[in-house]
Design a protein around this ligand. Structure first.
Ligand SMILES: C[S@@+](CC[C@H](N)C(=O)[O-])C[C@H]1O[C@@H](n2cnc3c(N)ncnc32)[C@H](O)[C@@H]1O
Length: 239
């Protein structure tokens, strides 16, 4: 029940911010999000005809980055709970000429409509912190990954350096909500910047990945730690 009502709150928030979502992401990442997606896509290694999943795909920007980075027969499914986001994603993919390689599905990350061991890689960009049940989402990623498949989890984070962390916290709590109110007249910006503050630390998240069953859980800091990519593989022994 809780899961359903939180998911519909998320759907409502993201449907509202969909028209200015790109701007919001640039704001939270100090303009670095595009570069980070490209970097995260570069960490994906799949076979030439692999199936891939991009969870919380939003407007499909990470799905597009992944398609550009992988071979021409790799197929990417972008999944999201907001139809407003998916409408924009479909338009973007059509304009970029990738409709044969990227398709979209409307479904919750906590109940992925796919078989076990189906994808060679699963990505989620700036999405895990927004799931109503991130741990269930992580378990679902693990379930649908093939043994030896890789999870690539890109997220905002708090920088590990104290002064920078202090400045970024101020930026999230004061500047981002103010800009959100001025530009979009929307309180959703406050919620979204606060969700960055609630994101577990890198080591804590890695521990959760290990508990879920991933092996070699590790991370790369991005933009002095304002961003992070978490990586982990499903062990071969899970076959
Ligand atoms: C911050 S956006 C990320 C978009 C994109 N991945 C990117 O790189 O910019 C987060 C997305 O997560 C989606 N979302 C939130 N909760 C979800 C859930 N439970 N299942 C699937 N998608 C969800 C929202 O609709 C939104 O489009």
């Amino acid at each position: 029940m809780k899961l359903v009502s939180q998911s519909s709150r998320m759907r409502e928030i993201f449907s509202r911010v969909a028209p200015h979502y790109g701007f919001l992401n640039h704001l939270l990442s100090l303009g670095l999000d595009t570069r980070w997606r490209r970097y995260a896509a570069g960490l994906i290694e799949v076979s030439p005809e692999a199936n891939m999943l991009d969870i919380a795909t939003g407007t499909g920007v990470l799905a597009l980055e992944i398609a550009r980075h992988t071979k021409s027969k790799v197929k990417v499914i972008g999944l999201d709970i907001s139809e407003e986001m998916l409408t924009r994603a479909r338009r973007k993919v059509e304009q970029a000429g990738f409709t044969r390689r990227i398709s979209f599905q409307n479904a919750p990350a906590e109940e992925l409509p796919f078989d076990d061991d189906y994808f060679e890689a699963v990505a989620i960009g700036f999405g895990i912190r927004n799931l109503s049940e991130p741990i269930i989402g992580l378990r679902e990623i693990y379930r649908v990954l093939k043994p030896e498949g890789r999870a690539v989890i890109l997220e905002f984070s708090l920088p590990p350096y104290r002064i920078l962390r202090f400045i970024y916290r101020l930026y999230l709590t004061m500047v981002v909500p103010l800009v959100g109110r001025l530009i979009a007249q929307d309180e959703a910006y406050r919620y979204l910047s606060q969700s960055v503050l609630k994101m577990p630390g890198r080591e804590e998240f890695e521990a959760v990945m290990n508990e879920t069953g991933f092996q070699y859980a590790r991370h790369h800091n991005l933009g002095l730690g304002i961003g992070v990519v978490h990586l982990g593989e499903k062990p071969l022994s899970a076959a």
